[in-house]
Design a protein around this ligand. Structure first.
Ligand code: SIN
Length: 330
């Protein structure tokens, strides 16, 4: 009798301790990404950690894993769905298996500048695209800019014919594949972490990236020329696992949502400065020449690449493309 009562008491005490521990343990949010820390996304992840831990002390701990150190391309989405990470921010080119309409962001020469991108992302179509993966268990929280992409190679690319026959690294995107086929170049899909080596060993001859990714991955050391083409966009969608997000205590979710909005504003304000800083560092390195296109030359690239739009129009939706074009004119 005494033995049974002691055992019951002991069990109750253990349960109380366990639930206290549960109540006081911070919620751990693993934020995994593939770029360096001094890039727009790298800085955004660190700012999110700082603000979340300052404003929710003891309640939330954010662990940031940069440079594909936890999961690289191709694995991070799966990790999010399995609950192995809670936040990732893949480039918008990496969503085609989850949402066809998000392919809109890869269409070449769709946006005139980053302000038009901003207007589109903040508008109703941009906001709707954040919700297109809910049925797959993925919630889009926000857009983060990196910026417009530049072409690089070991030769001057002034006109589309200069790229003919070259092998270009592309992200896992059918649109980007078609974009290079349209100029009779050869696209090769490759993870971000492999690009430097691919360029160095000649597995690929060229690439397309914003300056911040070129510089932080040292690609300029193995590319003699960059064409400031601004032909396409490399931005991010910060996403989370829907079940995890909905399962958070309401007050914590509300605070994290507000922090994400604040961080997104800061990332989007700083991204262009970071790209300009890194462009200057590339120039200072003295290894890479940056070419600027005349209006007529840029028009040739646009004319060669734009037919790609038609191929993806039904997957993306003609109305969404119209809305993006309209964002250029505001
Ligand atoms: C990134 O900026 O997250 C990487 C984009 C790429 O794969 O080129």
């Amino acid at each position: 009798m005494f033995k049974t009562a002691t055992k019951a008491l002991f069990c109750a005490a253990s349960l109380t301790v366990a639930s206290l521990a549960l109540a006081t343990d911070p919620i751990v949010i693993k934020f995994s990404h593939v770029v360096a820390e001094h890039t727009p996304k790298g800085q955004g992840a660190l700012l999110f950690k700082k603000l979340a831990e300052e404003r929710l002390p003891g309640q939330v701990r954010v662990e940031v894993y940069p440079n594909s150190s936890l999961f690289g391309d191709g694995k991070e989405m799966e990790a999010l769905l399995l609950g192995d990470v809670q936040l990732i921010a893949p480039s918008l080119a990496k969503f085609e298996h989850y949402s066809k309409p998000i392919q809109i962001f890869d269409l070449p020469f769709l946006f005139d500048d980053i302000h038009a991108v901003d207007r589109f992302q903040k508008g109703p179509v941009g906001q709707e695209l954040l919700t297109t993966m809910e049925s797959k268990g993925i919630t889009g929280l926000s857009y983060w800019h990196n910026g417009l992409k530049q072409l690089s190679a070991n030769k001057a690319l002034r006109e589309p014919k200069d790229a003919r026959g070259l092998k270009f690294r592309v992200q896992a995107s059918a649109v980007l594949d078609e974009q290079f086929k349209a100029i009779r170049a050869n696209p090769r899909k490759m993870s971000f972490s492999e690009v430097y080596q691919g360029l160095q060993t000649g597995v690929v001859n060229g690439a397309e990236n914003p300056y911040s990714n070129i510089y932080s991955q040292k690609m300029h050391e193995v590319q003699s020329h960059i064409t400031e083409s601004n032909h396409g966009l490399l931005d991010y969608m910060v996403i989370t696992n829907t079940e995890f997000w909905k399962g958070l205590p309401a007050n914590i979710r509300t605070e994290l949502t507000a922090i994400m909005a604040e961080v997104s504003m800061e990332v989007n304000k700083q991204a262009e400065n970071i790209n300009q800083r890194d462009k200057q560092a590339i120039l200072d390195g003295g290894n890479t020449e940056i070419l600027y296109l005349t209006k007529a030359e840029r028009e040739k690239w646009r004319k060669a690449m734009k037919p790609v739009w038609k191929k993806f129009e039904s997957d993306i939706g003609a109305d969404r493309i119209k809305a993006a074009e309209a964002a250029n004119k505001q």
